[in-house]
Design a protein around this ligand. Structure first.
Ligand code: NAD
Length: 483
């Protein structure tokens, strides 16, 4: 069923422990080389969605009844299989998603670590026993699984985001119906194989390949709780429907993350941080630094240093060891990023770096990393998420203006500052309107054992990851007991 390296992958949906066909075919081509067919899949239809939910409903009580240790062992097996297959998984992610091999490996190891972390969390499920205001009564507060959770995930971190939902869902006794992005079905099938082989009873975990508006929407209809990561536009629709159904929802969405650079920063270090945050992973990160907000005294030196780095980045085939920046994932992303480059030219003139097409020897979706300077925070390139190798520089007078501009956005995922001043670093930590703050670090790049998430239109609902994940994947019961 599953193609080896360089072969075409043939795969289906995983329902009730069996690989099942579907309604419509799906073909995926390598974004680094559009002449290479990577996989042929069968997308689920309404019947498969119904079967997946029926299987999950039937299997969940048995999974819930298993001991903490049995659940922990399954999570550990998933982690170990991810580590063991990491090189093969990296090649799949590179071929279908355009990630460089080092980027893919980093994400895969992170996903394995997330599964390992939740193998531990499964054992640490806590309750509380408290006194009653009534004599002779005990009060116990316990956590129970939510039931059948629907997980909807994006293509840009197809294994890490998936694991940071799947792992806590399973660790705390839920059954899962997962709809990964239809742009990265190959890695999703590999994850499903790994989960399936981990000792999990059939039906506890189901994976459906399919498009968002039909299969994704159907998952939202059937689940007791929905965890979604993707664009704010899709998230808004899902939130409305979950509110109508009165089911809990957790959403991680877009970003327009600021990277502030103050006069007292080391210019070379700040340029490294900004280049990494804005352009690595082809800028296709929700935490990418897309607005570089720079005070006057360092502005010109900083722009020159970043532009030099951006021009030197090696764009090319993601499977080539020398490549630093792979292609964007598909034609629609390519058109979107090229569209914003045109908007940038109209709003800010000639780019300080990039802006042109890249020839990499194959037919692929390659975009030159592009930097605009002399931009204004009111411009579209500074208000809308581009999600590609694209950043702009906004010149400001001082720290106070930098903070105001950083916070003047609809989003609030990650915010960074480069400074040698503890006073400004601490003030930024306290006053940046973002779920995550980075001091002298890129806005992207986070640990796997602590909460992840944002504010405003970047996030909605309880936090993901770390010990905070228990809030979404369990529900609380308060019991009053007297003999
Ligand atoms: P997307 O919203 O297009 O799709 C995300 C998922 O939702 C996919 O599986 C898709 O099939 C599904 N979907 C689409 N329409 C749906 C609908 N009507 N009902 C149910 N499901 C539907 O996003 P994308 O292009 O896959 O991912 C890129 C976006 O994800 C960016 O905005 C990025 O910032 C965001 N993102 C956020 C985080 C985070 O943690 N904050 C992490 C990664 C990506």
């Amino acid at each position: 069923m599953f193609g080896g390296d360089g072969q075409v992958i043939h795969a289906k949906n995983l329902i009730n422990g069996a690989w099942r066909g579907g309604e419509a075919p799906l073909e995926i081509y390598n974004p680094s080389d559009l002449d290479e067919l990577v996989g042929r899949y069968q997308m689920a239809g309404a019947a498969e969605v119904e079967e997946a939910f029926a299987a999950a409903r039937a299997a969940q009580p048995g999974w819930r009844a298993q001991t903490l240790e049995q659940r922990s062992v399954v999570l550990e097996a998933i982690a170990q299989a991810i580590f063991a297959r990491k090189d093969e998984l990296a090649r799949i992610m590179s071929r279908e998603g355009g990630k460089t091999i080092p980027d893919a490996l980093g994400e895969i190891v992170r996903a394995g670590n997330i599964a390992r972390f939740f193998a531990g969390e499964a054992l640490r499920l806590r309750g509380e026993k408290v006194g009653s205001v009534r004599p002779g009564v005990d009060v116990e507060i316990t956590r129970e699984p939510v039931g059948v959770v629907g997980l909807i995930t994006p293509w840009n971190f197809p294994i890490a985001v998936s694991l940071w939902k799947l792992a806590p869902a399973l660790a705390f006794g839920n059954a899962v119906v997962w709809k990964p992005s239809e742009k990265t079905p190959g890695i999703s099938v590999a994850i499903a194989e790994i989960v399936q082989a981990s000792g999990l009873p059939a039906g506890v975990f189901n994976m459906l390949i399919g498009a968002g508006p039909d299969i994704g929407a159907a998952v939202v209809e059937g689940a007791d709780a929905v965890s979604f990561t993707g664009s704010s536009a899709t998230g808004r629709k899902i939130a409305v429907r979950c509110a109508e159904r009165l089911v809990r929802v957790q959403m991680e969405m877009g970003g327009k993350n600021p990277q502030v650079v103050l006069d007292d920063a080391d210019v070379e270090r700040a340029a490294d941080i900004a280049t990494n945050g804005a352009f690595f992973q082809t800028g296709q990160r929700c935490t990418a630094s897309s607005r570089l907000i720079v005070t006057e005294g360092i502005h010109d030196r900083f722009v020159a240093a970043v532009a030099a780095r951006v021009k030197a980045l090696k764009v090319g085939n993601a499977g080539d060891g020398a490549t630093q920046i792979g292609p964007v994932i598909d034609q629609s992303q390519f058109d979107k990023v090229m569209g914003y480059i045109e908007i940038g030219r109209a709003e800010a003139g000639v780019p300080a770096a990039g802006g042109d097409l890249v020839s990499a020897g194959t037919r692929g979706h390659f975009v030159a990393p592009t930097l605009f300077a002399g931009t204004d925070n009111t411009q579209r390139i500074n208000r809308e998420e581009v999600f590609g190798p694209f950043a702009s520089v906004i010149r400001v007078r001082d720290y106070d203006e930098a903070l105001a501009v950083a916070n003047d956005t609809d989003y609030g995922l990650s915010a960074g500052i480069c400074t040698s001043s503890m006073k400004y670093a601490r003030d930024f930590q306290a006053n940046a309107q973002a779920g995550m703050v980075m001091v002298n670090l890129p806005t992207a790049g986070v640990d796997y054992h602590v909460p992840f998430g944002g504010r405003k239109q970047s996030s909605y609902g309880p936090r993901e990851q770390g010990s905070y994940a228990v809030e979404f994947y369990t529900q609380v019961k308060t019991a009053y007991i007297t003999p």
